[in-house]
Structure formats: structure tokens, C-alpha cells
Design a protein around this ligand. Structure first.
Ligand SMILES: [Zn+2]
Length: 145
């Protein structure tokens, strides 16, 4: 097999990579933080992060294997079919809906299974609050232009 001549910069990089690959592997020091790492490399294999989820209202559970930050949703029967987040197991929180209080008129609003206009799904945790807001859809007619 003939050797292909590389430009000097690439040849130097190739030599460095080859030298690095021949060095013995050094074990990683143990993490000193209180929280576990989200994912790690083990011999080149990416370890998946298993997250167990639950709904504090209907009790539904689920499991995901995702490294990136994410949130799981479901149509909760206890919240009249509204899409609500599942919570990581061990998280104490309250998830509830808030009905739209202002005049609906001709606005296209999000209705729950009971026909009530829902403005937001709120998640209240010890350290904060999240809200999923359902803004009304604007309606524009061509003759109004
Ligand atoms: Zn639920």
C-alpha cells in the first residue's frame, strides 16, 4: 500500500492523533458535584439517560431514554384532555389548568373536553413555576384589508 503525501499541517495533525491513540487510557476522576452527569462516554459509547416520568393528577407513568433536556407531555384525563407535562419521578409539583377569564367573543381559543376555554396549564414546583399558555388565534378577513 502506497503512502499518500499529505500537506505538512495535516501530516503533523495525523502524527499527533496517532500518538494520542497509542497512549494508555487514563481513568476519569470521579465527579465532585452533587448531581450526576447527564451522560458520559464509556469506551466511545454514549450512555443514555433514563428518565422516569409521572403525572400527579392521573398517575400515568412513562420512561424516556434521551440525553438532551426534554419534557414529556400527555393528554391528561384529569385535566379534561388538556396537554399537560409529565414530571420526573421524585418531583413534587402541582399541575392545573386556568380557565380564560376575559371575553372570548370571536377569538379562536383552546377548549378542553368540557368545552371550557383554557388559558394556561400551570406547573408549580418548590423552586419555580412553568406555564404553557394558549394564546387565542387571530382571525382576519380579506375584506377588512
Ligand atoms: Zn395526567
Amino acid at each position: 500500500m502506497s503512502k499518500v503525501a499529505l500537506p505538512p499541517g495535516l501530516e503533523r495533525l495525523r502524527s499527533q492523533l496517532l500518538a494520542r491513540s497509542r497512549q494508555p487510557q487514563v481513568s476519569q476522576p470521579k465527579a465532585t458535584t452533587a448531581r450526576p452527569p447527564l451522560a458520559g462516554l464509556n469506551g466511545g459509547q454514549l450512555l443514555a439517560l433514563v428518565t422516569n416520568w409521572y403525572c400527579p393528577n392521573c398517575g400515568r407513568t412513562d420512561q424516556t431514554r434521551e440525553v438532551q433536556p426534554h419534557t414529556r407531555y400527555h393528554d391528561c384525563p384529569k385535566l379534561a384532555g388538556m396537554s399537560a407535562p409529565l414530571l420526573p419521578q421524585g418531583t413534587k409539583a402541582k399541575v392545573f389548568t386556568k380557565e380564560r377569564e376575559d371575553y372570548v367573543g370571536q377569538d379562536l381559543v383552546r377548549l378542553d373536553d368540557n368545552g371550557r376555554p383554557i388559558m394556561t396549564v400551570i406547573t408549580v414546583r418548590d423552586e419555580g413555576q412553568d406555564a404553557m399558555v394558549f394564546a387565542p388565534t387571530a382571525v382576519l378577513r380579506a375584506k377588512e384589508l
